[in-house]
Design a protein around this ligand. Sequence first.
Ligand code: ADP
Ligand code: MG
Length: 322
Amino acid sequence: MAGHGEHITAMVRSHAAGDDAAFYSVALQVAAREARVGHHLLADDIKKTVDASRKSTPRSNVTRLTQPRGDLAELVEISHPEVALRELVAPTDLISQIRQIIAEQRQRRTLLDHGFAPTHRLLLEGPPGTGKTMTASVLATELALPMFTVRLDGLLSKYMGETAGKLRTVFDAVAERRGVYLFDEFDALGADRAGNDVGEARRILNSFLVFLEQASPESIVVAATNHRSILDRALFRRFDAVLTYQLPDPRQAASVIRTRLGSLAIGLSLAKLNEHTHGLSHADLVKAAEHAAKATLMRGETTVTRADIVDALTARRQGSVG
Ligand SMILES: Nc1ncnc2c1ncn2[C@@H]1O[C@H](COP(=O)(O)OP(=O)(O)O)[C@@H](O)[C@H]1O
Ligand SMILES: [Mg+2]
């Protein structure tokens, strides 16, 4: 059957690299292919085996990483997110941008073999609570990759040379250990923190950009920022893709609330909440929905009322908009 050979090659390659995540991801691709041709029992078996061995194998790669290998352990936090793309509520064009990135990464061997790099340097920008960090988790989940969140505080040092050395350590890992590398609140790199003056901060940002330029396409580097305005335009060109996040429109707001209410019955029209959801982020809406759900359950009921939701949204608004 076409494709078998490629899957086996990919599995051998990931086995040799000790890359469990990639290995299982290929196994699941095989399962998906079998399911498509009607071999559901086999597909199920493969999935179950993968699940079982994922649970039983000690995360060898994690151990390897958290054990001092240079100072990488101090610089990144490793996680294994489980957030599916369908959980992300966003405009269709943003969703298709993300789908495209996932597709290119899945086919990266083919692209690389022909001299094309998959999209692997992403800038995510937009207001807080709109899904930037969540998107990094989605990419890691959908590609079955570990996520490495870079600790900017650990990275920034008073001494430029030290910071550059640490950046090098992180980007060495980008090349050696396939994963999603998240530089959250990345604008801090170009700001005068850690007692750096403006010129110094600029040099740190420049050194990041030099590393970014040479970053291995084996991993995805995600830089996220809430402050688009402080980044200069030239910087946007250094990324393969810029993803822009916005506050949810009324329909998206309703969808975020509905999803978070889970199995509870909804005793109101979510479409008629515009004046209460306006200006709130996805994260605010999630928290308000959680608040309303808990209030309902603690009254001994399972139907959320309009008052529950409106109260929770009003409290959020006062908290966040002030
Ligand atoms: N676009 C979105 N769709 C669904 N839930 C979202 C979205 N954006 C944020 N959330 C919820 O809010 C939480 C925090 O969002 P996060 O991704 O950290 O925001 P950001 O990084 O943009 O500040 C998420 O874990 C998720 O529960
Ligand atoms: Mg974030």
